[in-house]
Each structure stands twice: as C-alpha cells, then as structure tokens.
Design a protein around this ligand. Structure first.
Ligand code: BTN
Length: 250
C-alpha cells in the first residue's frame, strides 16, 4: 500500500505477519542486493527481536510497532553516525508526544516516560561496501497497546494513557515525521538536531547514580560528544566520557 505524505520513505513497505527480526530481514535484503533506500519492513509478530547491547526485544503480536527502515546515508561519514540516531530519536519523540506529553530520550536511544518506564527503543545496524558506509538499517520497536510486560521497567502508551491507538495511522504519521528528521539531517542541520536531542534527554543536568566496571558513582550528564558518547561531570568536577558498554544507569 502506498503511504501518503512521504517523499521516499515507505513507498515500498514489506508487511510480514510473522518474522524473527525486521532488522535481520532488512539486513538479508542488503546482503542479497535487494535493498533500496526508503524500504520498510514491518512485522505483526516479531519472535526474535534484537535490542541494544545484545539484549532481546519482545513484543506481543498485533499490539505494538516493530519495524525497520533501510536508509542510505551516503552524505555522511560513519564517524557521524550518532547524528542519524539523534535525528530518528527526535522524530519519534516528537510524534509520540501527541499521545503522551512527557517522553524523554534516555541515552543513547531509549524512549522513556519517567515514572512509568521504557516505551520504545532503536537499534541501528550498519552495512559496509568495502570501507564505505552503505546502508543503515534503523530498527524501531514501540510499545503501544500492550499492557502486560515481563520486565518491570517496560511500559506502553496504553499502560500510561489507558487508550488504545490505531497502529496503522500511528505508523503512517511516524514515518512522515522520521522522513522529516532524515531530511533535516541531509540538509546538514546538525546543530539543531543535537540541541533538540539534548533538550529531550533524560537526566540532563541532574545528579544521579551510575555504575561503571561494577563501581557506583554519582554524575551529572552535561553533553554528548561528536561520536555519541555520554559526557558526564563527576563529583570532583572532572568530566568523564562513556561509551555504550561502559556505563549503566542506576
Ligand atoms: C533497544 O532498546 O534495545 C532497541 C530495541 C529495538 C527493537 C526493534 S523492533 C524492530 C527492530 N527489529 C529488531 O530485531 N530490533 C528492532
């Protein structure tokens, strides 16, 4: 089905009743030379969803959105990839705030509602042709109408607001918003993208507890480095910089 209101994103949507992981399906399209920029794989029941840091992503059949976008960010260098991450996070937050006002982005790209929990996540997997960045598979999982979760830290829009949302309409609005974010990125509006991301950032400029290498400490998030690492002020006023696997939020 052709989706209105977009220029290139989602002109080609592969809908799968069931799949292991939409990211894996998209990566297979890349591997077999069938990937096109703007294609979307969406799956009603994802059975082996992948999350960040090797975690799994589980989602009840028919209740939520689990999909992957195939992008070809050939206007960027791989060292700038965190800007794609920020542009996508910003767009999702902007769109979902029409339903839930107080969504924040927990670094690097969890969508959370403080006091309730995590309602979404993003997993971007890159492919290369030689040394060149070829495709970015942007996997997005959003908890919309599911209300029972195994994990205490998971939540959904319906759990928070009590209302059921029509998934198709939401999906259409989302990809329109994400396309806008991607166009902003393509136009080189880097400063705007980063400042919007920082504005939405969970625990920004707030003292809180973290751990690294099993050691607990108190820190204050003060920024994001160009390569997407977390910049944190420590109690001794030093600034420390952490990569994804180097820090946990407590
Ligand atoms: C995270 O927060 O850890 C990222 C979760 C990303 C989940 C989505 S669901 C669609 C796509 N396919 C996957 O296997 N994972 C992503």
């Amino acid at each position: 089905k052709i989706l209105a209101n977009t220029i290139f994103l989602g002109k080609d949507v592969h809908f799968l009743p069931e799949c292991h992981s939409t990211n894996d399906t998209a990566l297979n399209l890349v591997r077999t030379g069938q990937a096109r920029e703007g294609s979307i794989i969406i799956c009603n029941h994802q059975t082996k969803g992948k999350g960040q840091r090797g975690n799994s992503w589980s989602s009840q059949a028919g209740k939520n959105l689990t999909f992957s976008l195939i992008l070809r960010p050939d206007f960027m260098d791989i060292s700038e990839q965190f800007y794609l991450n920020m542009a996508v996070s910003n767009s999702i937050k902007q769109m979902l705030q029409n339903y839930v006002p107080n969504i924040e982005v927990k670094w690097p790209n969890d969508l959370i509602v403080p006091g309730f929990g995590k309602i979404g996540g993003i997993l971007i997997e890159n492919t290369f042709s030689g040394k060149e960045w070829e495709f970015a598979v942007v996997g997005i999982g959003l908890n919309i109408n599911q209300i029972d979760f195994h994990s205490a830290s998971a939540s959904s829009i319906k759990s928070i607001t009590g209302s059921e949302i029509a998934l198709e309409e939401l999906f259409r609005l989302l990809i329109t918003q994400i396309e806008q974010g991607y166009i902003q990125l393509k136009k080189g509006k880097w400063k705007e993208i980063k400042s919007e991301y920082l504005m939405n950032l969970y625990r920004k400029e707030i003292w809180a507890n973290y751990s690294t290498d099993g050691e607990q400490f108190s820190g204050k998030i003060v920024g994001i480095s160009a390569d997407g690492r977390l910049e944190m002020e420590l109690e001794n006023t030093e600034i420390a910089v952490f990569g994804l696997k180097e820090i946990s939020f407590l």
